[in-house]
Ligand binder design. Sequence first.
Ligand code: ZN
Ligand code: FE
Length: 255
Amino acid sequence: MLEIITLPVLTDNYIYLIHDPVSRETAAIDPALSQPVLDILEKNGWQLTCIWNTHHHSDHIDGNFQLKQKTDCKIIAAKADWDRIPGIDQGVDEGDVIALGQHNASVIATPGHTRAHVVYHFAEDNILFCGDTLFVMGCGRLFEGTAEQLWHSLQKLKALPKSTKVYCTHEYTQTNGRFALTVEPENQQLQQRMIEVNRLRTNNQPTVPTTIAEELATNPFFREDSVDLQKTIGISSGKSVEIFAKIRRLKDGFS
Ligand code: ZN
Ligand code: FE
């Protein structure tokens, strides 16, 4: 079994450390900072083997250089981001498989938030690291891609097994949930979930990981088919991608 440590840093970022006790390999996903990672490694007696970045934004890569310097880890990120990932050693693309010990992760290209965003899916372990593509009850903003691209990317994640545990890079859950309630106020699972989310946040607990099943039930960006949602936003006959684009625009105006 992989051990996963969730490390909250900056205002709302998460760095994940994944450790395989058999091979003793350890990966850091999207290290925004180096020192908190070094501290956890030391505390657990782990050696950093590799960094996997999901995209080039500074709050996902700023720890790269120093971690590489101090641990000699290997840095993996999207091939298409080669020129903007500090210290990159290996470029990956859709369908590539990378390993942590005996655990394989497939690379899924998810352009939209940025043009080269990738996510890492451990199919056998049922775990997804999705960076800024999918959030709890939300999705990434469109910085470099179109709504259509992000919609296509999210369809790939939507199709993963429902029990997949999903680790996102930001704690945006309360704001996302408040927005979700504005577009689907009658969704009872959403109402229930917000009670739980507020309880967790009051106790300063992370709301990650989520699951694909929970997102299918409560994430408006997975719910273009909801009749209630369509009614609230005033589109009933559009294509899913058009409904998605409208929800994304409404969310941009919300926060
Ligand atoms: Zn980002
Ligand atoms: Fe980010």
